[in-house]
Design a protein around this ligand. Structure first.
Ligand code: AMP
Length: 400
């Protein structure tokens, strides 16, 4: 039995999962929040089996967060002596044009991740801090970096170059890298397996719609179009991110209202999307308000769905047809309203939703299209941690 520890390290949080890869079963998971909090108010959650513990403690930095994680395993199990990880898999957001697959961490890989920080300032730095903290805690086993961008390294120049001065774009590495690749890959593969079809034969559109959201056109297992761009800001309307916007709107805000870079970043990344449109980033609240007759919420959801339909239409053309549409993540897996509104009126394309199947709550992969629908529409719960663990084993050559 091979056990893999998966680590997702953000600027002020550390998420982890311990997975038994022989059964692909989660043994424990946890979350350490408010790392580096000025008031020393870290929040630590650990789940093992049916037991969940939450405690508070000061967590000064990522090294201290790993100490807290080790304490969780020691006090609440499972014991890492009994289930010693054979490798640690790390989520890294930006792999640039250097990493087209998982990479066993070496000094050179760490340097490369550091060198890519300017392309993902909010993510690669904390990801690297996580790798370094984990190396202190688990020095003798391999660490593997799994990149969100890697699955999209198959995008053509046509779909990944921006139409700006080529020399500027090259010097500053401005192009579309995409994101959520680990999830899109997992979902596309799980879809093919569920349908018992070779992935090489399938044209799939994956709609990963959660607080962050992106669409991906997958042709024969390869990403050919995706909606996130140089950073995870482009594309769909998200919980707090604007998605597509005319960049000249930013020039206007700068000139007319004195917005500087930090203010624009804050506006587009943290105060836009559903939150900007309706005042709340949680779709459940938006739906509840619509049901109570709130027109602002209704318009917000219409903008949200409009963008989804825009990308869906574009990807139907890019793929030259589609076999499967797969919904995943918080909204995609749980919101019949968003799924129904997005796919309405597409019977002429062979896309036909079964209302009862779409409304039914359920677990695992399930079909929500009618039996007569030419295009299968599925809900496919994503599992990025499991995908990272799989790629970690693949990169190290260790068997499950
Ligand atoms: P994620 O980022 O994938 O965890 O998705 C989180 C988002 O999913 C939340 O902000 C909600 O907007 C949405 N969500 C979760 N559960 C539901 C639900 N039952 N109905 C509608 N939206 C949901």
């Amino acid at each position: 039995m091979s056990v893999v520890l998966v680590v997702n390290s953000g600027s002020s949080s550390l998420k982890y999962q311990l997975i038994d890869m022989s059964a692909e079963r989660t043994l424990a998971s946890g979350l350490i929040e408010r790392i580096g909090d000025a008031q020393g108010q870290g929040v630590i959650t650990h789940k093992a089996g049916d037991e969940k513990v939450v405690r508070e403690a000061a967590v000064a930095n990522h090294d201290a967060a790993f100490d807290e994680m080790l304490r969780n395993f020691a006090e609440h199990g499972p014991s890492l002596d009994e289930f010693p990880p054979v490798a640690v898999g790390h989520r890294v957001v930006q792999g640039g044009r250097r990493f087209f697959g998982p990479a066993v961490v070496t000094d050179k890989v760490e340097q490369d991740i550091e060198e890519l920080i300017p392309l993902a300032p909010l993510h690669n730095g904390p990801n690297l801090a996580g790798i370094q903290g984990a190396k202190h805690a688990f020095g003798s086993i391999p660490h593997v970096a799994v990149f969100d961008t890697a699955f999209h390294s198959t995008l053509s120049d046509a779909s990944s170059l921006y139409a700006i001065d080529r020399a500027v774009a090259e010097e500053y590495r401005i192009r579309r890298y995409g994101a959520h690749g680990t999830s899109h890959k997992f979902v596309a593969e799980a879809t093919a397996e569920y349908l018992e079809r070779p992935i090489e034969e399938l044209k799939t559109i994956v709609l990963h719609v959660g607080n962050g959201a992106s669409a991906c056109a997958v042709d024969g297992g390869r990403s050919v179009e995706t909606s996130m761009g140089m950073t995870p800001l482009e594309g769909l309307v998200m919980g707090t991110r604007s998605g597509d916007i005319d960049p000249a709107a930013l020039f206007h805000l700068h000139r007319k209202a004195g917005y500087d870079i930090a203010m624009l970043d804050d506006l587009l990344n943290r105060r836009s999307g559903l939150l900007g449109l309706t005042g709340t980033n949680d779709l459940r609240d938006v739906i509840a308000r619509i049901e109570a007759g709130d027109e602002v919420a209704e318009t917000g959801l219409e903008v949200y769905v409009h963008r989804l339909r825009h990308y869906l239409g574009s990807y139907l053309v890019a793929l030259g047809g589609v076999d499967v549409i797969a919904w995943t993540a918080g909204v995609g897996e749980n919101s019949p309203e968003v799924r129904a509104r997005t796919l309405r009126g597409m019977e002429w394309l062979g896309i036909e939703i079964d209302e009862a199947r779409n409304s039914e709550r359920g677990e695992g992969i399930r079909v929500i299209s009618t039996d007569a629908s030419k295009v299968k529409v599925l809900i496919v719960p994503t599992n990025e941690e499991l995908e990272i663990a799989r790629q970690t084993l693949e990169a190290t050559g260790i068997t499950a």
